[in-house]
Write a protein that binds this ligand. Structure first.
Ligand SMILES: NC(=O)c1ccc[n+]([C@@H]2O[C@H](COP(=O)([O-])OP(=O)(O)OC[C@H]3O[C@@H](n4cnc5c(N)ncnc54)[C@H](O)[C@@H]3O)[C@@H](O)[C@H]2O)c1
Length: 276
């Protein structure tokens, strides 16, 4: 993709780049290409499992370690951001983890401590981040906040389990904060992204089947992380300054499809072979 300078002069923070396959990583690369300056943040535990510092070096970003479920970490993060940049123009929240999902606990038998942790990490962290950004007056007028959701917020996908609840809460937080941020000319939106091959994605049992289903049910196929990065750039830019409180589907058309030839034709062949 050619550089257009769409984010020239914009400053921000990107949460959630664990490794090269992370959606946040792709967003950071695209934002850098478009001229933005930003800090990268992740939970301290990601130092051990991830490679974010390599990304930071390649895009010239400071790194601020912060657990997005901890108020003290977030308050300190926004203080540090002010020192680096003064006020900022965008926040990208690309954080998620389903604890029961990872530990293969079925929805019918959730461990409620883990469930609370899932909601805290995957949804309430967005509320906390916006809260601390507003408390510290970190965001400029015209600022843009972006999070990443999945269509499991609206529809039931059997193996998505508790994460469907977390995404429903996440999208509700987008709307409820959005109504309050308007008076500051700040907007907030969610991208509802296709299944994407990432560490969080692959933690879901049956992910490969969901990926394959998405691929066959989307006229454009599944949207990958790089195309999500390109779409995210538009939402961080002034071109979308009047868009707020939305869940925006970035899914190759999946959300508008009933059924596709790619799904119908093998079924027709199967039924025909049963009849003969
Ligand atoms: N991969 C998919 O198929 C897919 C589809 C739609 C939406 N999403 C969403 O995209 C977002 C990014 O996930 P991803 O797929 O890039 O996976 P990923 O594993 O690369 O990213 C998830 C990030 O969340 C971070 N995180 C977890 N707990 C945290 C905490 N307490 N504080 C701060 N950070 C924490 C992890 O360290 C990691 O960097 C998530 O919200 C995910 O639900 C993913």
């Amino acid at each position: 993709m050619e550089r257009s300078g769409l984010l020239k002069g914009k400053k921000g923070v990107v949460f959630g780049a664990l490794n090269e396959s992370s959606i946040a990583w792709a967003i950071a690369k695209a934002a850098h290409r478009e001229g933005a300056q930003f800090a990268l943040s992740n939970a301290p535990v990601a130092k051990r499992f991830g490679t974010m510092e390599g990304l930071a070096e390649s895009v010239g970003s400071p790194v601020i370690w912060a657990d997005a479920t901890k108020d003290a970490d977030l308050s300190s993060l926004f203080d540090q951001l002010k020192e680096y940049y003064g006020q900022i123009d965008f926040i990208v929240h690309a954080i998620g983890m389903g604890v029961n999902v990872r530990k293969r606990r079925p929805y019918e038998k959730l461990n409620y401590d883990w469930y609370a942790k899932t909601l805290d990490v995957s949804a309430i962290s967005l509320h906390r981040i916006v809260h601390h950004a507003m408390e510290s007056q970190a965001l400029n007028e015209g600022g843009s906040i972006l999070t990443i959701s999945y269509i499991g917020a609206q529809r039931s996908f059997s193996h998505y389990s508790e994460m469907g609840d977390a995404k429903a809460l996440l999208e509700s937080i987008v709307r409820t904060w959005g109504a309050r941020l308007g008076e500051h000319r700040i907007r907030i939106n969610a991208i509802s992204q296709s299944p994407t091959q990432t560490t969080a994605g692959q933690g879901i049992s049956g992910f490969d089947a969901m990926f394959e289903f998405g691929q066959n049910m989307s006229p454009l196929g599944n949207a990958d992380a790089d195309s999500c990065g390109d779409y995210a750039v538009t939402l961080l830019s002034d071109l979308t300054r009047m868009v707020t409180m939305q869940t925006l589907y970035h899914d190759g058309g999946f959300s508008s499809i009933g059924i596709t030839d790619a799904m119908v034709e093998p079924m027709m062949r199967m039924l025909n072979s049963d009849e003969s």
